[in-house]
Design a protein around this ligand. Structure first.
Ligand code: ASP
Length: 445
């Protein structure tokens, strides 16, 4: 953690102080201790034999510390998104260059997400996680995990049609999309509409006379730097917040359902690990000209933040700092690619969606033809692009894909109990995927 007596460097990015910071290691260690202690304490309570309602009330007391930590991060998301993306686009200055970087980022996203889903599909075929599940098991699981009302709302939304969803990406009132971006009942463009607005704001700023836009740019710069400081303040609570989040998770997680779903979890995690350490290493060394060892060493703290917050958006400010200060990437490229990637480039989510849909189809005995499996891959890639970078952001997309291939959407209830753990894991892959994309685009721009 930063020493309070030490002067805080005023700027992040290219001009930032690049000297090694000893306090980072200490914060990293403390967050990690919080993570392990939270898990250990949660399991101890779970195994202590205390009555269920006593465990629940302990969790009710501990959980708010985790919620406060999450909220500290969430409150910076909208201001960071608006300032970072619009400045990222406008600072590129040359619109043709924006177009090239945008196209490269998009192409990279689609290609790598496709590779991620195929990794997941392959893993499902090799392991067949739903093999051997009895009808009695299926009914018991559905009884144990009824589908929540919010998921049903999402299903209705998903039926709204692709063209309608695309039109809504252009916001009628960007303020409304900002205010309701995290509201599951909102049927507007949400966070994608905000991204579109910030993108257009950046283009317009780049095209307008510089003398007239200098004030607005300075204001957005100030907002961005202030949010970076705010996130730093929030991160001081990380060890306690992470402890509380992990404690409530491990104390309430159902062990019986974990046993039944362990193969499914193993397949998702194995797929994510392969994508994280193999696919990303290949991409980094071949297209990004960056040593994977250097990359993973310098992003270790970020992986912990992504894991504990389960949110690409909440991790975005820390990712921006890591890209420029630890990996030495260009500020304008990092801002653009990472801000866009926090929502649009979700490789881990795409992989997870592919495995989940095939697993659930298997549980229900729905045989998917080759064409249907290709459809699943395409839908997962698109859903990965459109998923909000928030905890559980991909659940509506999974429901949409299930409905699309004729598997009862209610079967989603089977995996909701363990989603948090997988959410934490796929978020790490999502965030790392954004940094890999930034490294590759940085190298080629
Ligand atoms: N939690 C993920 C993220 O923020 C999104 C998801 O897969 O639900 O990247």
């Amino acid at each position: 953690m930063r020493n309070p007596k030490q002067p805080v460097p005023r700027r992040t990015g290219d001009q930032a102080d690049k000297r090694p910071r000893p306090e980072r290691k200490s914060r990293h260690t403390r967050v990690f201790i919080g993570l392990l202690a939270g898990l250990a304490a949660g399991f101890a309570v779970r195994l202590s034999g205390l009555p269920e309602d006593t465990v629940e009330s302990i969790v009710r007391w501990v959980k708010p510390a985790g919620d406060v930590f999450l909220r500290m991060l969430f409150m910076t998301v909208m201001p960071v998104l608006i300032s970072a993306l619009s400045l990222g686009v406008s600072e590129l200055g040359d619109i043709r260059r924006v177009g090239r970087i945008g196209l490269k980022t998009l192409g990279f996203t689609l290609f790598v997400s496709g590779a991620a889903v195929l990794t997941g599909v392959l893993a499902v075929h090799v392991v067949n996680p739903s093999g051997g599940l009895s009808e009695a098991d299926r009914l018991a699981l559905l009884k144990r995990f009824p589908v929540p009302a919010s998921a049903q709302t999402a299903e209705t939304q998903a039926g709204g049609g692709m063209i309608d969803a695309l039109v809504k990406i252009v916001p009628k009132n960007p303020l409304e999309d900002m205010v309701r971006a995290f509201d599951p009942s909102y049927t507007g463009g949400g966070i994608l509409a905000v991204i579109f607005f910030a993108f257009m704001l950046g283009i317009a700023m780049a095209l307008a006379p510089p003398a007239k836009t200098a004030g607005l740019k300075a204001c957005l710069e100030g907002l961005f730097e202030t949010m970076m400081k705010l996130i730093d303040i929030g991160m001081r609570f990380a060890p306690v917040g992470v402890f509380a989040l992990l404690f409530s998770l491990s104390a309430t997680m159902g062990f019986s359902i974990l046993a039944i779903l362990s193969r499914y979890v193993a397949v998702v995690l194995a797929g994510l690990l392969v994508h994280l350490f193999f696919t990303y290493s290949v991409l980094l060394s071949s297209f990004g000209r960056m040593r994977p060892g250097f990359f993973f060493r310098n992003t270790a703290e970020l992986m912990l933040i992504a894991f504990s917050t389960s949110s690409s958006n909440a991790t975005l400010p820390a990712a921006l700092r890591t890209a420029t200060e630890r990996l030495g990437l260009k500020k304008d490229v990092s801002r653009f690619v990472l801000t866009l990637g926090a929502t649009a480039n979700q490789n881990g989510t795409a992989l997870y969606e592919g495995v989940t849909v095939l697993f659930l189809a298997g549980c229900f005995g729905v045989h998917l033809t080759f064409v249907q499996q290709i459809t699943v891959v395409v839908l997962c890639v698109l859903a990965g692009v459109g998923t909000a970078g928030v905890p559980g952001g991909s659940l509506p997309a999974v429901i949409m894909i299930l409905a699309g291939i004729g598997v009862p959407a209610e079967s989603m209830g089977i995996i909701l109990g363990i989603d948090r753990l997988l959410d934490m894991s796929r978020t790490v892959v999502n965030v790392q995927g954004d940094l890999v994309a930034a490294a590759v685009v940085n190298r080629s721009s």
